[in-house]
Design a protein around this ligand. Structure first.
Ligand code: I6G
Length: 668
């Protein structure tokens, strides 16, 4: 090749790689497999190694972290980096729009661009002639730190812009963040290496970006979304939404959630929609940003102090608060698991008052070193159980003692054991332990189990505490007079409860199996066991091997089932329940020609109807449905974007069906 040819080849490869980065990171629509991308990159690296004079700093090969710095230098922003005003309620949002209407002397609703507010760090990226030249943190808004070398290692930030219609100077403003998955992996890695973990993805992103050694930043899973511009040599749009579209075209990632809406109701609906997706988004957000879309209107509105008048962040209620740990106690679960729980000075977090937070297990207590008297950060994420995020060690009181796992169960006094290889300690008391008894009976009565209407937790607690019942079987011996003696239970409710108990006797084998509360036997496994074995007797007598031929039952679950039925007190309870009249319709042995009956299906990929719907149809038709592919799987139904399950099915020689074939099978 002549030197001109080599140059052209290198440029062509760089162009291709940049284009594929764009498909992958900006459009979220990869066009080639990773292996092909790696091959192109390898080719470019080889050509550059042979022709080092042709290496440029913006080549896609140049992301691998430069030499460490001694300190960060300062960069003065060409246009100050502002902050945003906050709103916390519908009323404050209405005030925001009213202020804008007053200033613009209009009563018309204002059209707003709306996007989630990422919980990361603001950054300014400066492109000159299409090349990334500097990247700076917000700092005090006027001057920030030069983190260019670190930012260059973030794969989704283009080193060169795409197409040629970009302005000579383009400053892009946006947020650097760490996606939740990457954060969890990073912390997991740190735990394994006995290193310090980060409290949340925001801290992890900040810590990763402010590394003096860019090679460390290069190993961190950072990402970026643009949310605006700073200096631009020419205007790049007439509205915020146009600017974002232009940035996207030049290869910069923008939030896929960006929408434009008009009118308070529509703004509120968009806020609600984003808030409801919060837990499912792959990154943390802490609110929703609303911006006047029209740039002429933005200019008329201008700024107050350090924030634009044309934008506001409607924040979600705070989800992390400080409080103190009043005590650490141990709770006993249905299967005897001993869970340390922090009793807290009540604190209002994310819209509710929290006075307890789980500490999960002793490993967690030790890792976080939580002690009674400590000041702690409490987090409540969506519907998740509140948890202690970390201790504020500088506020630790003197004489705060490390927590010790008790040697005996705080409820029944039995020994506490910690089975080898398990994180969870357990009370060895079994159903002798009142706590386990209560939880087992609550589970037995619950809606998806025996569905005993009117038998709430408080009643069960009283019944156990007063010694009226010792096992689920005793429930069926209770009379209305015994029940009506309980607190808050009148004659009528007592009679209703007796009727509900009677009604609950008519059940199904799968509900009954589930109600027994065998470890790791959830609804789906119970159903699979019922279909596989057809009778209670067959399940009781099944060998380890036979149990493992049930979908989703591996050696561990099989051993739990076996040991449940090996214990005489469990068998006594089961026998008493059957003797009390609990019954279920026989499951017919289906020897019809149905192509699905008795077969094990796994569903994967995106199908045109919810998977749960197909699952129901299959179960009704006598099939079994498993969550993972194994040698016991008969069919894998694969929709679009089927991933690892498809690969596994293919490697095991499991037959793969498409959705239409499944429908044909079901129709038969
Ligand atoms: O901190 C911010 C987060 C998100 C922003 C922002 C944003 O838009 C989605 N927009 C502006 C204009 C500013 N800060 C100053």
């Amino acid at each position: 090749m002549t030197s001109t040819d080599v140059k052209a080849e290198i440029e062509q490869l760089r162009h291709q790689l940049n284009q594929h980065n764009y498909y992958y990171y900006v459009l979220d629509d990869p066009r080639i497999p990773d292996s092909e991308y790696d091959r192109l990159m390898g080719q470019l690296q080889q050509l550059e190694a042979q022709n080092p004079q042709l290496i440029t700093s913006s080549s896609p090969t140049q992301r691998v972290g430069a030499e460490p710095l001694k300190a960060f230098t300062q960069i003065t922003h060409a246009v100050p980096m502002l902050s945003l005003d906050n709103a916390f309620s519908v009323e404050e949002m209405a005030d925001f729009e009213r202020r804008i209407q007053d200033r613009l002397k209009t009563s018309d609703s204002i059209t707003m661009a709306i996007e989630p507010k990422l919980d990361g760090l603001a950054i300014s990226l400066r492109y000159e002639n299409g090349e990334l030249v500097t990247a700076a943190t917000r700092g005090d808004g006027t001057t920030g730190e030069d983190v260019t070398q670190n930012v260059r290692t973030i794969d989704c930030i283009p080193l060169t812009l795409l197409r040629d219609d970009y302005p000579e100077v383009l400053e892009v403003r946006g947020e650097i963040f760490m996606p939740k998955k990457g954060f969890n992996k990073l912390n997991q890695r740190a735990l394994t290496a006995a290193e310090k973990t980060f409290a949340n993805p925001r801290n992890a992103a900040a810590g990763s970006l402010r590394q003096l050694d860019p090679r460390i930043t290069a190993t961190r899973p950072l990402s970026f979304f643009s949310y605006g511009t700073g200096e631009t040599s020419v205007p790049v749009g007439e509205s915020h939404s146009q600017i974002m579209a232009a940035l996207k075209n030049w290869g910069l990632p923008v939030s896929p959630e960006l929408t434009v809406r008009t009118g308070q109701q529509s703004l509120k609906a968009t806020y609600d929609a984003i808030a409801s997706q919060r837990e499912d988004l792959p990154y943390d957000i802490d609110g929703v940003v609303f911006k006047v879309d029209d740039l002429k209107q933005q200019q008329k509105l201008g700024f107050v102090s350090r924030a634009p008048r044309w934008a506001i962040a409607w924040k979600f209620p705070a989800q992390e608060e400080l409080t103190t740990v009043e005590a650490i106690e141990f709770q006993v679960g249905r299967t005897g698991s001993i869970t340390p729980v922090a009793r807290l000075k009540p604190v209002f977090v994310g819209g509710v008052t929290i006075s307890n937070a789980t500490l999960h297990n002793m490993g967690e207590v030790r890792r976080k070193d939580v002690r009674a008297g400590d000041t702690v950060f409490i987090r409540r994420a969506g519907d998740v159980i509140p948890e202690v995020v970390r201790v504020l060690s500088e506020r630790r009181v003197e004489n705060a003692l490390p927590v010790k796992l008790p040697e005996s169960c705080p409820v029944c006094g039995s020994d506490i054991i910690r089975p080898e290889g398990e994180a969870v300690a357990r009370c060895s008391g079994g159903l002798f332990c009142a706590a386990q008894r209560k939880e087992a009976i609550k589970h037995f009565a619950s809606r998806k189990a025996m569905d005993i209407d009117g038998l709430g937790d408080k009643i069960i607690e009283q019944l156990v505490d007063q010694g009226l019942i010792h096992s689920p079987a005793d429930l069926y011996q209770l009379g209305a007079d015994q029940l009506s003696s309980l607190e808050r239970m009148g004659d009528k409710s007592a009679k209703n409860l007796v009727d509900a108990l009677e009604q609950s006797k008519e059940t199904t084998l799968n509900r009954f199996i589930y109600a027994l509360g065998i470890r790791e036997v959830g609804e789906a496994t119970a159903r699979n066991l019922a279909i596989e074995f057809k009778t209670l007797e067959a399940i009781r007598e099944a060998s380890d091997e036979q149990l493992q031929s049930t979908p989703d039952v591996g050696p561990v679950v099989a051993s739990y089932i076996k040991s449940f039925f090996e214990q005489s007190h469990n068998n006594e309870v089961v026998n008493s329940l059957v003797a009390a009249g609990i019954r279920w319709p026989a499951i017919e042995i289906d020897d019809s020609e149905s192509p699905v009956s008795g077969k094990t299906f796994v569903l994967t990929g995106s199908l045109s109807r919810p998977r749960s719907e197909y699952k129901e149809l299959l179960l009704e038709a006598g099939a079994k449905v498993a969550g993972s592919v194994s040698k016991n799987t008969d069919y894998l139904v694969a929709g679009e974007k089927a991933g690892s399950k498809l690969a596994r099915a293919e490697s095991l020689g499991v037959e793969v069906l498409d959705e239409n074939t499944l429908l044909e099978f079901l129709a038969e």
